[in-house]
Write a protein that binds this ligand. Structure first.
Ligand SMILES: *[C@@H]1O[C@H](CO)[C@@H](O)[C@H](O)[C@H]1NC(C)=O
Length: 328
């Protein structure tokens, strides 16, 4: 994410960011529908880091300024900016998700539940946190994904400079070369983060057989994991933002669980994943807990003011959040 101060702040969010010195409310951690402010967990995108002051660090700060006393934790999967950024390209997402589950379980601030925002690939990774760890706790209440790749990507994601003061990334070019070489080759798929959500409609059987992450959390294989469905269906709300001019994510409808199957673009409702309720989306939808939102513009091109108005105010700030489904 790149932020330009004031005005046209743009978040090119492929990454992550952590941040901050947050205070904790004594009365934290209850249900958002019961009127208590919940803490927030953020997961940055590709090429970003937890605490970049021009990307997620700025988002963290904005949330803290907008909601006095709120606890915000931005996930870092590597120690230090460089390692954290690298971990957005190289590593095993399953391990990263497990690590995040441990982290939130170890933070007393999250014990009473939390809301979560995932940026770009952080969107599907955050969804995996809910699917794999909701029954263990702490509980995610609202999940918000910004330009996520819920049905994967069928192209090699664009390399670009996510932050104005970082040189165009060599790791990103290396990632592209590897992905071009073979997303399903064991050496690559186990180490390259983007291969783990690469879904080539022309090689679906390969994907089902060899993909180590997306095929699992989407219950794409014949043997479905019922825990994923129960866990995701237990969210109070799942909000998906899609960027209307997104050219980074192909297809951009992946942000709404759309999938290009090789001949046509299927909406979420047209997929078996939804119709047969493999992961609880249909259940959520029938309870009015799924929200589809659009943002005009390219991938992660949002300003902090936009973020405040469209994410913090309606979803993260207990004083102004509206339309929260009652806890079941
Ligand atoms: C894509 O989906 C459409 C509609 O369900 C179906 O008719 C078509 O056969 C599918 N194509 C492939 C290649 O599976």
């Amino acid at each position: 994410m790149t932020l330009r101060p004031l005005g046209s702040i743009i978040l090119l969010c492929l990454g992550f960011s952590l941040h901050g010195s947050a205070r904790v409310l004594d009365s934290r951690m209850r249900d958002d529908s019961s009127g208590t402010q919940l803490p927030v967990l953020l997961w940055h995108g590709m090429g970003d880091s937890c605490c970049n002051e021009y990307s997620i660090g700025a988002v963290t700060k904005r949330i803290q300024e907008a909601v006095p006393g709120i606890y915000v934790h931005s996930i870092a999967t590597g120690k230090g900016i460089l390692a954290d950024t690298e971990s957005s390209y190289f590593g095993n997402v399953n391990d990263q998700v497990a690590q995040v589950c441990e982290t939130i379980a170890a933070h007393p601030e999250f014990a009473g539940g939390y809301n979560a925002v995932g940026f770009s690939q952080g969107g599907q990774f955050m969804r995996a946190v809910a699917e794999r760890c909701q029954h263990i706790g702490p509980k995610m209440h609202t999940l918000i994904t910004m330009g996520g790749q819920h049905q994967g990507v069928m192209n090699v994601p664009d390399c670009w400079n996510p932050s104005f003061n970082v040189t165009p990334s060599l790791v990103c070019s290396a990632m592209q070369r590897l992905l071009g070489f073979g997303a399903y080759l064991p050496f690559i798929r186990d180490r390259l983060v983007q291969a783990q959500y690469f879904k080539d409609p022309y090689a679906l059987s390969q994907y089902e057989k060899h993909n180590i992450f997306l095929a699992d959390i989407n219950n794409d294989r014949p043997a479905k994991n019922p825990v994923y469905k129960e866990n995701l269906a237990s969210l109070q709300r799942f909000v998906m933002f899609r960027f209307t001019e997104d050219i980074t994510i192909v297809p951009r409808e992946s942000a709404w669980f759309g999938f290009y199957n090789g001949t046509q673009l299927l909406t979420m409702q047209q997929t078996a994943l939804y119709q047969e309720d493999w992961i609880g989306l249909k259940t959520l939808d029938e309870k009015g807990r799924l929200e589809f939102k659009e943002v005009a513009g390219g991938h992660m091109h949002i300003s902090l003011d936009w973020f405040q108005q469209h994410v913090i105010v309606p979803y993260l700030d207990v004083r102004t959040a509206t339309g929260v489904a009652q806890a079941s």
